[in-house]
Unconditional design. Sequence first.
Length: 116
Amino acid sequence: MMLLLGLLACDPAQQPAPLPPPMQAEPTVIGRMVKAGPVEGYLARPIAPASGREGLLLRVATVDGTSREEARRRAEAGVVVLVVGAPIDPALARAYLEGMPEVASTRVECPGGGCP
């Protein structure tokens, strides 16, 4: 009986209230730890598909929260970033980055001075 009254009280012509806008902006970057053979590091890249992107190999002493945040910040500018720690062979890491279909060119950076 209560269900019938509830159904009768609803106005089928009335539209539901629209959903509020999201509280957070939509993400533009995806980042995750990757491992391919001896290459292990943090990969951050833009979500939007594109070809001809610049690749950036960041060599750090250790992959930590600061280096991951730096990679995400740079990826927001449209760069594909791979962060690797000191024991990883930079030639292999660069080959991994250059093997990605969207990467057209790569460069190497060592934040904070000389490469480890």
